[in-house]
Design a protein around this ligand. Structure first.
Ligand SMILES: *Cc1c(COP(=O)(O)O)cnc(C)c1O
Length: 382
């Protein structure tokens, strides 16, 4: 990895890791007879939606899931023909192009279903629709009391020929808390909603499981699973043991200047850190504009020249400073800010723990205008 030139602020995306992760996840799904929808919303959790989508489809994923219509159409524009499901719609979304491109849509209400049906009729096509039941997350999804009317309307729309109901689905609130009573309660609600859909004359599949449920609840795989974060090698349930996932994103930079400073030298804005002895400082040209949170000032380290070394003083917009003691550190040396962790570097999970957030937020926020993203593919697809 380190024999290639290091960009100033570079995200390396290990496509081989994504393939391996999808193989792990889709094998688990297949064991329970389920297909796999790889979730590539938010630009593939910051990894690059098209890159991840292709890698996932090569490695056992059957279809793709995204939040917005734009994200779905981006996959189609890249030439991806696999089924794509898109679930978050605004009231004035134009469904026409999505229906023309065979993007599957979600309906949580009668009004939402009617908008899809009208757009399909205008296109002279059949829209494939997943009906969403709110089983307890209280976000999107149809409340249980309105569900019978929704499935009746969906059955009529199907009979009218412009809608095909392919699934009844929902989303879990606490799947990462093993044994949380809401998990079973939500699954039971989904089953009830599915039975009502069948009673109305529909024949949909069911899907509920996010990554945490793919890894820990095979009984909730139903006909299709929707892993997101685990595709990227980040484990939502590390307390359940090692699931054999490998983080695909490495954030790296390189040393642009080293200097020897005397004891008593204070570093960066506000002089919040002072050298207690003569030491060598390394300047790294990344800062909070590149995704290094300023609140990690004084609380983070990097992997540089064979060791973990502390970042000292404040993280600035464009720069940070690493204390290297008396070790030999050179301009041009690679600096790993986070990665899979197997070379000793920090991980995105470590950043998240330190910040009081989740690794999802770290990787999703990393790709910015000034940051390069390099796809590394050193393994052949199987
Ligand atoms: C983001 C998302 C997923 C994937 O969740 P992970 O926890 O990343 O596996 C699945 N389904 C829906 C509806 C989502 O919004």
């Amino acid at each position: 990895m380190s024999d290639q030139p290091v960009q100033r602020a570079d995200l390396r995306i290990d496509v081989g890791a994504i393939r391996d992760n999808v193989r792990v996840l889709s094998a688990r799904a297949r064991e329970s007879g389920a297909r796999t929808m790889a979730i590539v919303k938010s630009d593939g959790y910051g990894h690059g939606a098209v890159t991840v989508a292709r890698a996932a489809l090569e490695s056992g994923a059957d279809c793709l899931g995204v939040a917005s219509l734009d994200e779905a159409l981006q996959l189609r524009a890249a030439g991806i023909t696999a089924p794509v499901f898109c679930w978050l719609h605004t009231v004035d979304d134009d469904f026409g192009p999505a229906i023309a491109e065979d993007v599957e849509l979600s309906a949580s209400s009668l009004a939402g279903l009617q908008r899809i049906e009208a757009a399909a009729a205008a296109q002279g096509r059949v829209a494939r629709v997943h009906l969403k039941i709110d089983t307890g997350l209280c976000r999107s999804g149809c409340p249980a009391d309105l569900w019978p009317a929704l499935v009746e309307a969906a059955a009529k729309a199907e009979a009218n020929g412009h809608v095909e109901v392919v699934a009844v689905w929902s989303h879990l609130a606490c799947a990462d808390e093993l044994g949380h009573p809401s998990i079973d309660a939500q699954a039971e609600e989904l089953q009830r909603a599915h039975q009502q859909a069948r009673a109305a004359g529909l024949d949909p599949i069911r899907h509920l499981a996010n990554s945490a449920a793919v890894l820990t609840r095979p009984d909730l795989h139903f006909e299709l699973v929707r892993p997101g974060i685990a595709v990227y090698g980040l484990d939502p349930v590390p307390q359940d043991g090692d699931h054999g996932l490998r983080p695909a994103m490495t954030f790296r930079s390189s040393v642009v200047l080293t200097k020897r400073v005397p004891a008593g030298s204070s570093v960066s804005y506000g002089h919040t850190w002072t050298a207690q002895r003569p030491t060598t400082l390394a300047l790294v040209p990344v800062g909070y504009a590149d995704g290094v949170p300023r609140t990690l000032s004084g609380r983070m380290s990097v992997w540089l020249a064979g060791a973990r070394r502390p970042v000292v003083g404040r993280v600035c917009m464009d720069q940070l400073v690493v204390d290297c003691g008396d070790d030999a550190v050179h301009e041009g040396d690679e600096v790993l800010l986070f990665g899979p962790g197997d070379r000793g570097e920090p991980t995105a999970a470590e950043w998240a723990d330190e910040l009081g957030t989740i690794h999802y937020e770290i990787v999703t926020g990393m790709y910015r205008p000034r940051v390069t993203r390099t796809v590394v593919d050193d393994r052949e697809p199987a």
